[in-house]
Design a protein around this ligand. Structure first.
Ligand code: ATP
Length: 445
């Protein structure tokens, strides 16, 4: 994990937030390549969830909702983590994660393991961030930053049903920021207090819920495999009864083998009719499906939910690779080309040669109309390749002496280091084909 954090910092993917003021624990800002990678994750999720399907529509609901939403959803009463304090080191821990936490005085031990540790009894701590809406700061103005985007979907169920003219099975997908006042954030962006959730609520006839639950576990596993995560690093694990959230009838975690061990990447929950029933009770608005033949029922909900941050860390962990090439260390991000922040680099071999620079600039202008492409003419060519390797650029086109003679360029492949020559006029079509091809991690399955 330290190597990934250091690469992210060095190449401007991720910065600790508010750094010039000493930071704010476990809060991060994203730099240029981080933004590009996140945008690819977002677009590829939306493509699979919305663009390539007829049965799912998009939604973008507000972050601050009427606080009664959180009463109805059970978050005010139940969205708690058990917290313990250590009276000796004054640190706070999640009672259910003591085994993964470090003692404040002896980091090699877990809290409670040394004779000096003095832990309080667990007490419930609500994870929602509170704020006030309007000028009055009293009980009547209390509101919350959403801890999940799902509730914004449930309260719009009727709008979508009527206006998008859908009938179950159909889904509503949303991407947006969520906020949880986590007791023990950490492990880089794996657990943060502000994150971007990607959730889809899929409304189904109750007797089809178990089947759709299995379907979405498979679908989402397939998505991760498609974008390059190795099979051996992924697994689905069903929750035990005691692990399930207050709303869930069944949940499976899709787990990834992070550098910190097997951990939840995505949750696929069968939420039953809990949410629509609760909002019907609390709002007085009937949230149910009524068919043209008079058939009526409250749909059950299957929910795949994942944060951008968990995908971001999984992709980087899977892609990070160090090797020795010609007695030099090479660090490379072996990302699926569709995920790579930059798709290709255009490099004139000699930056003082005006013809080379002019051709390279022309090629760069041509390609950047279509993809994120970088032009780089500074420093030795080897160093420029290594810079691109570190940000995961799959292809580099080099313009050299031979280009001036026969209008061909060298293409260098990030993963195999193979080089071949192509006519400069065919580069755009070649790159389009190369980016559409299936890709497998060079590390194997
Ligand atoms: P945990 O038990 O680890 O706190 P959870 O089971 O409460 O997590 P869910 O409510 O199922 O998490 O959240 C859905 C998804 O949101 C998770 O699968 C994960 O991808 C992501 N997620 C949850 N909390 C965080 C966080 N603090 N930082 C980053 N991503 C998060």
């Amino acid at each position: 994990m330290d190597k990934i954090v250091s690469l992210c910092r060095r190449r401007g993917f991720v910065f600790p937030s508010s750094e010039i003021y000493g930071g704010l624990g476990s809060t991060y800002d994203y730099g240029h390549y981080g933004v590009l990678l996140r945008d690819n994750i977002r677009q590829l999720w939306l493509r699979a969830m919305v663009r390539e399907r007829d049965d799912i529509v998009a939604l973008d609901s507000a972050v601050i909702l009427n606080p009664r939403v959180w009463e109805a959803s059970g978050h005010l009463a139940e969205f708690n983590d058990p917290l313990v304090d250590c009276r000796t080191c004054k640190l706070r821990f999640r009672a259910d994660q003591l085994g993964q936490s470090q003692c404040g005085r002896k980091p090699s031990k877990h809290p409670g393991e040394t004779p000096e540790c003095d832990l309080t009894e667990p007490r419930q701590f609500n994870l929602m961030f509170q704020t006030h809406v309007g000028a009055l700061q009293d009980e009547s103005s209390v509101a919350y930053l959403r801890p999940e985007t799902a509730q914004g979907i449930f309260i719009n169920f009727k709008n979508v049903l009527q206006l998008a003219r859908r009938k179950p099975p159909f889904g509503i997908a949303q991407i947006g920021k969520a906020f949880r006042n986590e007791i023990t954030p950490g492990n880089f962006v794996f657990r943060v207090r502000e994150f971007e959730l990607m959730e889809m609520e899929y409304f189904v006839p109750p007797d089809e819920a178990a089947e759709w639950h299995r379907y979405w576990i498979e679908e989402r596993m397939g998505w991760y495999r498609k974008y390059g995560l190795r099979e051996s690093m992924l697994r689905a694990r069903e929750h035990g009864e005691e692990e399930r959230s207050h709303y869930s009838s069944a949940t499976s975690d899709l787990e990834y083998r992070y550098p910190i061990g097997w951990q939840e990447l995505e949750g696929v929950a069968n939420r039953g009719d809990f949410d629509l029933t609760q909002h019907t009770k609390h709002s007085g608005t009937k949230l149910e499906y009524v068919g043209s033949d008079g058939e009526r029922y409250t749909p059950w909900v299957i929910e795949p939910a994942v944060s951008m941050e968990r995908i971001f860390v999984a992709l980087l962990a899977d892609a990070y690779h160090e090797e020795e090439v010609a007695e030099r260390q090479r660090t490379v991000l072996q990302l699926h080309p569709a995920m790579s922040p930059v798709k290709a680099a255009v490099l004139p071999l000699i930056n003082k040669n005006e013809d080379m620079v002019a051709r390279a600039r022309r090629l760069y202008e041509e390609l950047r109309g279509e993809w994120v492409v970088e032009y780089d003419d500074s420093g030795q060519i080897g160093r420029r390749y290594r810079r691109q390797d570190e940000i995961g650029t799959p292809f580099a086109f080099t313009i050299d002496e031979q280009t001036l003679e026969d209008e061909t360029v060298t293409v260098r492949h990030r993963d195999s280091l193979a080089q071949e020559r192509l006519p400069i006029s065919g580069v755009k079509a070649w790159l389009g084909d190369a980016l559409r091809r299936d890709w497998r991690s060079p590390k194997g399955d």
